[in-house]
Design a protein around this ligand. Sequence first.
Ligand code: NAP
Length: 270
Amino acid sequence: MEVMSEWKNKTALITGASYGIGEAFAKRLAADGAQLILTARSQERLEALAAQLRSQYGASVHIVCADLANATGAREIFEEVERANLSVDLLINNAGFGALGEFAELSLPRQLEMIQVNITALVELTHLCLQPMQARRGGAILNVASTAAFQAVPYFAVYAATKAFVLSFSEALMEEGRSSGIRVLALCPGSTATNFQEVAGSQHINAPRFTQTSEQVVEAGLAALAQGRSFVISGLTNKLQTQLERFVPRAVVTKMAGKIFKPPSPERAR
Ligand SMILES: NC(=O)c1ccc[n+]([C@@H]2O[C@H](COP(=O)([O-])OP(=O)(O)OC[C@H]3O[C@@H](n4cnc5c(N)ncnc54)[C@H](OP(=O)(O)O)[C@@H]3O)[C@@H](O)[C@H]2O)c1
C-alpha cells in the first residue's frame, strides 16, 4: 500500500527550481500532491516546468522569478508569496553555485555573489518563512549544503566555507525548533549530475562512479526530513568518505582535498 506523503496539499517553496536538484525536488513534490512555489532566474525554464507539473500531476504551481544575488531577491520572493496569499509549509533553500580556482585569482565580485546566494539569501528566506511557521506551530526547512561542508577545500575555498555555514546554521536551528515542532535539515550531497560542475568550472573532478542523480539526492533529503534528522549525507560513498575524514588530521584532509580540486592549468580569474 502506498504511503501518503506528508506534503500532500501542503505548500513548498523551492529556490533554484529551474535546473538540477531543485527541479528534481519540484517533480517529486508535485508527484506527492504538494502545491509549489518555484523560483530561479530562468523564467522560460520555470514556465515549462510548471506547465509539465500542472498537466502531469494537476499540481498548483506559482512561479516567482528573482535573482538571489541581488540584496533584494529573497524579500521580493517572500513579498510575492504574501501577495498570492500563500503560506510556506516547506522551504527548500537549494539555489547555489560554486567557482573553482585559487581564491586570489578568482573574481572578487563573483565570490561575494556566491556568499550572497549561498548564505545571505538562504538566511533571509529562512527568517522570513520561519516566523509564520512558528505562529502556525508547524513547518520544515531543508537547506542544501554539500559534503564540502565537512572540510576545507583549497581551490573551492569560499564555496566550501559557505556550505560549512549552511550545515552549522541548519543544525543549530533544528535544535532551536524542537520546542515549536519546526524541523530543519541540512542535505549534504556529494558529486551530483547537474549543471553545477559546468557553472563552477570543476568538470575535471567528476568521478562518474560516485556521481549521484538529482533524484537520489532528493530521495535522501526528504527521507531524512521525515525522520527528523538535522543533517544527511546523500550516498553511501559520500557518507564513508566524510566518516574517514574524522580519523585523519585536519591538515592532511585539507591537503588531500587540495590535490583533488587543484585546477589542471592555472585558473584564470572568472
Ligand atoms: N551538483 C553537485 O555536485 C552538488 C553537490 C553538492 C551540493 N550541491 C548544491 O546543490 C544545490 C543545487 O545545485 P545543482 O547541483 O542543482 O546545480 P544547478 O543545476 O547549477 O542548479 C542551480 C540552481 O540554482 C539557481 N541559481 C543559481 N544562481 C542563482 C541566483 N543568483 N538567483 C537565483 N537562483 C540561482 C539556478 O537557477 P537560474 O540559473 O535559473 O537562476 C539553478 O536552478 C546548490 O546549492 C549546490 O551548491 C550540488
